[in-house]
Design a protein around this ligand. Structure first.
Ligand SMILES: [Ca+2]
Length: 219
């Protein structure tokens, strides 16, 4: 009888453990990089001038966006190899004020996501041009920012971003924009809204637990 109880306990535990494993997921920002400005998961790629105005980058090719006609098409954002997103902001002085053009990649958190829980990544300055990297959301403001000089910077922070919010990743030129080519890669950890089969499994697990507990007590 004791072996039967242990077996039943193990079975019940598995019913709870298996769905909980299914409830976490991660995705590379690189995987969601839009092929066009109107892609499902991505807000239009843009650059932000210091006044706060967002201007759209033109599509130069699949996975590459920039400003045609300017030298090197900067500012630009493109999807590189090995999960790197490559960007170059732009900035220069006008009078005694600084006019900057930060590159922004924004992501609408889709409705099948319960919450984004953690964001990790690496920023590689590549050419040492001095930039700042910022990550934030439309509703929560800036969640993370760091200056990047010559050495790569790793980041890892917990957060709570709901569906419908817009998460954005921006590279700002910090002074001049010479040699400001910047690589970054980001992993987004999130909790999906459980799919119907998972919910059924959880309900079955809870039902089985109540039934078997009563049965064991009677025995
Ligand atoms: Ca710079």
């Amino acid at each position: 009888m004791r072996i039967k109880k242990i077996f039943l306990s193990l079975l019940i535990s598995l019913m709870f453990v298996i769905p909980s494993i299914c409830l976490s997921a991660s995705v590379e920002l690189w995987e969601l990089f839009p092929i066009d400005r109107g892609a499902n998961y991505a807000y239009p790629l843009a650059y932000r001038v210091e006044t706060g105005t967002l201007r759209l980058l033109d599509k130069l090719g699949d996975y590459s966006f920039g400003t045609p006609g300017n030298p090197w098409n900067i500012p630009y954002i493109l999807r590189g190899n090995d999960q790197w997103i490559i960007t170059h902001p732009k900035g220069w002085e006008i009078g005694d004020g600084r006019y900057t053009e930060a590159t922004i990649l924004a992501l609408v958190i889709p409705q099948d996501v319960s919450s984004v829980d953690r964001i990790t990544g690496t920023i590689d300055p590549w050419d040492g041009g001095d930039v700042s990297f910022k990550m934030g959301t439309l509703f929560q403001g800036i969640l993370y920012e760091t200056n990047v000089g010559y050495s790569p910077v790793n980041f890892d922070f917990s957060t709570h971003i709901n569906a419908g919010d817009i998460a954005w990743f921006g590279v700002f030129p910090n002074g001049g924009s010479s040699n400001d080519t910047t690589y970054y890669k980001t992993t987004i950890f999130y909790t999906p809204i459980p799919a119907p089969p998972t919910i059924i499994l959880m309900i079955t697990g809870v039902g089985a637990f109540i039934f078997l507990r009563k049965k064991i007590k009677r025995e």
